[in-house]
Design a protein around this ligand. Structure first.
Ligand code: ZN
Length: 63
């Protein structure tokens, strides 16, 4: 079975919109891997998205 982990953050993506905490500031400055999408998994064999948060739109659905 082939799969891709599309997001490995918490229930919310990092950085959070309008948040100025240290973690979000660092994520904006350094990008990946400090910035993360919410948990999401794509199973390639059957073209199935699992546990996809609303920020999946940012990824562009180019699977
Ligand atoms: Zn924050």
């Amino acid at each position: 079975m082939k799969f891709k982990v599309l997001g490995s953050g918490g229930c919310m993506s990092i950085p959070r919109a309008t948040c100025s905490c240290r973690v979000c500031k660092e994520a904006r400055e350094k990008g990946t891997p400090y910035s993360r999408f919410g948990c999401s998994l794509f199973i390639e064999d059957i073209n199935l998205l699992i546990d996809t948060p609303e920020d999946i739109l940012i990824l562009g659905i180019n699977l």
